[in-house]
Design a protein around this ligand. Structure first.
Ligand SMILES: Cc1cc2nc3c(=O)[nH]c(=O)nc-3n(C[C@H](O)[C@H](O)[C@H](O)COP(=O)(O)OP(=O)(O)OC[C@H]3O[C@@H](n4cnc5c(N)ncnc54)[C@H](O)[C@@H]3O)c2cc1C
Length: 382
């Protein structure tokens, strides 16, 4: 599909090397990782060695100061190969930027080099059993003592939940009477901190190699210096960074839907029924034509949002619209393409079934479709 983005030869080579890496280091092992419910740590280290982690980070820290298109390539290649459970983008483009944007120089120096090598895997813990869409309902607390912060509470559905070595945790730091938007702070919690425990990987219907888990904080004491940014500013930090997360998910969804479409396109040219290939039936041609048109519109829209991000222009509205529409589109396209495979589409050995199962969650996390519509409506002045 035609792209109006300033991809260069360097980007092309990067994409090629990632695509080769996925074919060599991910594809053969992925079914095993799905059975395990988690990917091995070694794959993160290999990604680090190859330069696929935080490519945008400063050269002084070990990155190569790459532009946003390199991040886009990582999102697209993992999504289009169908190996979405390897959550590099969460680490690269969602969590690490909280540290570089709001962290102190010493926090950046301490943590970011390990994030680039793959020695430090990141996660972000906002959601709780009683607080998902409504972050103001967060109940995890952080109480300041003379020598540290003490965290108590529970988080759920945390991606990279078991693998992560460093977690950005959202917790309340103020009394009940403080308005919710001023009472949230972000903290850096390291693996093995006493009082910090995780549950077993949660069993999911898709993203089966992704270690989504619960987290428990029981008098978990962290140093005073592990507050990220300023106390009470957590909600504002999340509001600033969540559009990036939504755009990342939208980019993955567009790439995933296009890949599902390509799988179906190949299949209908091979599969025969009633003496001819499926591709010769007009109803099926129309089905493909309709999906191609939808995908083409999605591509134009998401590339426009990518360009805005690349040029450091505001894209709040575009990010919410893209997250809403492209996650819904991905779900729809995966379903319609699976239908074209007949019974084979329902078989786990056929990659289309993974596209279908992995598409379902996209309208739920990183802000549900309904929450995206709430944001869009607010921006329309409603
Ligand atoms: C696989 C997976 C990975 C995840 N990874 C992470 C992670 O890494 N970190 C993290 O913090 N969280 C993570 N989440 C949590 C995810 O962001 C939440 O599930 C999501 O925000 C929705 O919250 P909820 O599940 O509590 O649903 P609820 O907020 O209870 O929503 C239930 C339903 O009500 C609707 N609804 C809620 N409010 C409104 C409203 N105002 N108007 C209209 N409809 C509304 C919702 O759209 C939804 O349909 C993950 C979830 C999953 C499934």
């Amino acid at each position: 599909m035609k792209r109006n983005l300033p991809f260069t030869e360097e980007h092309r080579l990067f994409r090629q090397s990632l695509s080769d890496f996925i074919a060599r280091e991910v594809a053969p092992y992925y079914p095993e990782w799905e059975d395990d419910g988690i990917v091995p740590r070694e794959i993160w280290k290999k990604c680090g060695t190859q330069g696929f982690l935080l490519p945008w980070a400063d050269e002084k820290l070990g990155g190569f100061g790459a532009d946003y298109l390199f991040s886009v390539i990582v999102m697209e290649e993992l999504a289009s190969s169908g190996f979405m459970s390897l959550f590099l983008s969460l680490h690269n483009d969602i969590v690490a930027p909280y540290i570089t944007r709001f962290g102190s120089e010493s926090q950046i120096q301490k943590y970011i080099p390990g994030c680039i090598t793959g020695d430090t895997i990141l996660s972000i813990a906002m959601t709780e059993p009683g607080a998902g869409s409504d972050l103001s309902a967060i109940r995890t607390t952080a109480v300041r003592e003379s020598d540290g912060w003490v965290l108590n509470g529970q988080k759920t559905f945390i991606s990279n939940g078991l693998l992560s070595d460093l977690v950005v945790v959202a917790a309340k730091t103020e009394s009940k009477n403080t308005p919710p938007h001023q009472s949230l702070s972000l903290f850096l919690v390291e693996r093995d901190t006493p009082g910090f425990k995780r549950g077993k990987p949660l069993k999911k219907i898709g993203l089966k190699a992704q270690d989504t888990a619960e987290m428990f904080f029981d008098h978990c004491k962290i140093p005073l210096g592990n507050l990220l940014g300023e106390e009470g500013k957590g909600f504002y930090y999340l509001m600033e960074k969540l559009p990036d997360e939504r755009l990342s998910v939208a980019i993955g969804c567009q790439a995933s839907a296009e890949a599902a479409f390509r799988l179906a396109l190949d299949y209908i040219k091979e599969r025969k029924a009633f003496g001819k290939t499926l591709s010769k039936f007009e109803t099926i041609q129309f089905e493909m034509a309709d999906m191609a048109s939808l995908l083409s519109m999605g591509r134009s829209f998401v590339d426009q949002a990518i360009l805005a991000h690349l040029n450091h222009e505001p894209f709040l509205m575009e990010a919410s619209m893209a997250k809403y529409k492209l996650c819904e589109l991905n779900k729809e396209i995966a379903d319609r393409c699976l239908q074209l495979f007949g019974g084979y589409g329902y078989m786990a050995d056929y990659p289309i079934s993974r596209f279908y199962m992995d598409s379902r969650v996209q309208t739920l996390y990183a802000g549900t479709s309904e929450i995206m519509k709430v944001i869009i409506a607010k921006n329309l002045g409603l």
